[in-house]
Design a protein around this ligand. Structure first.
Ligand SMILES: C[S@@+](CC[C@H](N)C(=O)[O-])C[C@H]1O[C@@H](n2cnc3c(N)ncnc32)[C@H](O)[C@@H]1O
Length: 641
């Protein structure tokens, strides 16, 4: 029950709440004038969030901090002049699919998706490097082009791989990992819907640090820490105990209602747990008497009242009837307990009540609990064999018909399916930005295929760095030169298998995109640095190797349109015209677009239209465009590149 405070509102706390909605990471705790711990703003972090340079200054307060925390905020906020380019040749069913596979550094990809997927993702699953000293962490420095930075800092190998091993001898072992994760989680959170959820696989190496940064970034919306039995034999190389578990941390973007993660009970469970059946379906009988002895007549007076049962036909009444047997919530030893329903509810739900006499002759009241819609809460220890790492490896190897390990420790498809099943349905988007061998895509397709109507519609967005495979590795020998090649092939093979096994009518395709430098020449962003000679170049502010489709994707990212939207092209009087989701966006990037084509496009009354500056012969042609749209489609937003 909520208690009235009988005080005027605490405006400071109200303001802190508003700031917390925008910048959850700046919330900390401080003592007020009476020494009570209350929520407060970490102004240094807020300043950092509002600044594009490093801000100095530290005060004692409750927080997890490390050298690099502010740099992480800066990394998360610094804009990049990059884009995504479509890779149609690697895609499957480009025209119809809603799934995406994006190759690139996930910090860059998450930044590029900020407009198009803001508040749209229902669920994120990630399995980041655990910082074991053998997996890799990436250095983010967006102030300098990364190649130059990496060259200077010696972090590229002979092949130009952008990797360095974060070994424990590195004095910044945990800090580097935290800086890497903090920046990514901070901006990934923006993509989650308000009822969105993140699942993160992790082990003991960084569990505590990860929990601290997530408590901070997800405003304390901790859901659970699942322990998964992943390797029953245990790791014999461990020093003291043979570790055989890892964790899945779960956080939500906002506070979710009780039971939110509960799942429907499976058919077998229903058959054993609900043995009775009537015209309304399967049910079980639950005692109406509260089985907790701490509740009884002494402290729940309204729940202590009699029923009257006709011993001949077991009919129940709440009113006294001559000859009926009085039944009270009394325990066999005479203790006066109580019912779980009050009298009003018992009156309303009388049709669910059943009276039974037990062998000792005592009458009891039961209520029917139907199986329909019955859910169960998952427990925090996952020990199902299907979730073992070994099972993940087996599923992967079977797909590739290979005994050799092309990818080290892919997760179990069933584990990810089980997590996704708690919160996703319909058209929900699932994002994995450390996708490795693409287990998440496999799990999404499998879950969709297992829906009752075999037509699940969840969509995935996978992100993976095109990390080169070692020249001596089995993957390299099998022809997979980087991890993205393995991921994409995994999705193709998993799709084929699921289709063969289930015949489900689901989306088996995916659109591939790759991070690349912007389509625009540098002069576009820095006109002040223009030299005289560059002027000739201005006629085309777009790089020569870029296509109309490249431009279309960059425009979609900027305008906040999802990359899975249907795209079409039409030739109108020899000019290429792009349509995104019907009339959501129409674009033409050709030169010298004649007035007749402009009129044609305006007559279609699109919501947005985009041309290139050079699409128009001169200023008067540009003005004419505006006039035509004013006349034919005044609601259209007109933009030029
Ligand atoms: C532990 S694996 C994920 C395995 C995956 N869950 C599976 O079942 O196959 C982590 C992956 O994240 C990738 N990765 C690491 N840093 C990345 C980054 N900055 N951007 C994108 N991917 C990255 C690694 O290449 C690696 O494939």
């Amino acid at each position: 029950m909520k208690q009235l405070s009988m005080k005027s509102v605490d405006l400071t706390q109200k303001n802190i709440k508003k700031i917390a909605e925008l910048f959850p990471n700046v919330i900390t705790e401080a003592r007020d004038e009476y020494g009570k711990v209350t929520r407060a703003i970490d102004f240094d972090l807020l300043k950092q969030d509002l600044s594009d340079v490093l801000v100095e200054g530290e005060k004692e307060r409750y927080q997890l901090t490390w050298p690099g925390k502010k740099q992480a905020i800066l990394n998360a906020n610094t804009p990049i002049d990059k884009t995504l380019r479509p890779v149609k040749e690697d895609s499957v069913d480009w025209d119809n699919t809603q799934n995406l596979y994006i190759e690139g550094d996930n910090l860059e990809v998450l930044k590029l998706l900020q407009e198009s997927y803001l508040n749209k993702v229902k669920c994120i699953y990630i399995d980041p490097p655990y910082n074991t000293g053998k997996d890799f962490v990436y250095k983010d420095d967006f102030r300098e082009p990364s190649d130059k930075y990496l060259e200077e800092s010696g972090q590229v190998d002979a092949e130009g791989n952008r990797l360095f091993q974060n070994t424990e001898s590195n004095g910044r072992f945990h800090s580097d990992w935290l800086t890497m994760m903090y920046a990514r989680l901070k901006i990934a959170r923006n993509l989650l819907r308000d009822d969105g959820v993140i699942f993160i696989s992790i082990d003991d190496n960084e569990l505590v640090n990860l929990r601290s940064i997530c408590d901070n970034l997800f405003s304390g919306n901790f859901v659970a820490q699942i322990t998964t039995l992943c390797n029953p034999k245990g790791r014999s190389q461990d020093k003291y105990f043979a570790t055989n578990h890892e964790y899945v941390l779960i956080y939500s973007k906002s506070t979710l209602p009780k039971g939110y993660f509960s799942i429907e009970k499976e058919e077998v469970q229903i058959e054993t747990e609900y043995p009775e059946e009537d015209e309304n379906g399967r049910y079980r009988l639950l005692e109406l008497r509260n089985t907790h002895r701490e509740f009884g007549r002494h402290n729940r007076k309204n729940l202590f009242y009699p029923f009257y049962v006709n011993p001949a036909n077991k009919k129940i009444s709440l009113d006294y009837v001559e000859g009926f047997i009085k039944v009270e919530p009394v325990w066999e030893d005479g203790y006066e307990g109580c019912w779980t329903w009050d009298k009003a509810k018992a009156t309303r739900e009388m049709h669910l009540l059943v009276a039974k006499q037990n062998p000792s002759g005592m009458w009891k009241i039961y209520r029917k609990s139907y199986a329909e819609g019955a859910t169960k809460m998952l427990k925090t220890i996952f020990n199902d064999k299907l979730f073992y790492t070994e099972k993940g490896q087996l599923t992967f190897s079977e797909l590739f018909n290979e005994k050799a390990k092309l990818f080290q420790s892919p997760k179990s498809v069933d584990l990810i399916k089980c997590l996704l099943n708690t919160v996703t349905r319909n058209n929900d988007i699932v994002l994995d930005f450390f996708s490795g061998s693409a287990t998440t895509a496999h799990a999404v397709m499998q879950l969709n295929a297992e829906e009752r109507d075999k037509r699940g519609k969840r969509k995935f967005i996978l992100v993976q760095l095109p990390e080169k495979t070692d020249v001596n590795s089995e993957a390299y020998k099998a022809g997979y030169k980087n991890i993205c090649e393995i991921g994409k092939e995994r999705i193709r093979r998993a799709a084929k298998k699921i289709k063969e096994e289930t015949g489900a009518d689901i989306d088996y395709g995916f659109r591939v995109f790759r991070v690349d430098s912007s389509n625009m020449k540098d002069v576009y962003y820095t006109p002040d640095k223009l030299k005289q000679g560059d002027m000739f170049d201005l006629a085309s502010n777009i790089k020569e190797d870029r296509t109309g489709e490249d431009l279309l994707i960059q425009v979609m990212l900027e305008l906040g349109l999802e990359l899975s939207l249907p795209m079409e092209t039409k030739q109108i009087e020899g000019k290429m015209v792009y349509y995104v989701a019907g009339d959501s966006l129409i674009a033409c990037f050709d030169d010298n677009v004649p007035e007749s084509v402009i009129k044609h496009i305006a007559a279609e009354q699109p919501r947005r239209v985009v041309f290139r500056d050079s699409s128009f012969a001169d200023d008067s042609a540009r003005i004419n465009v505006e006039e035509w749209f004013k006349l034919l489609s005044p609601g259209t937003e007109i933009q030029v590149l």
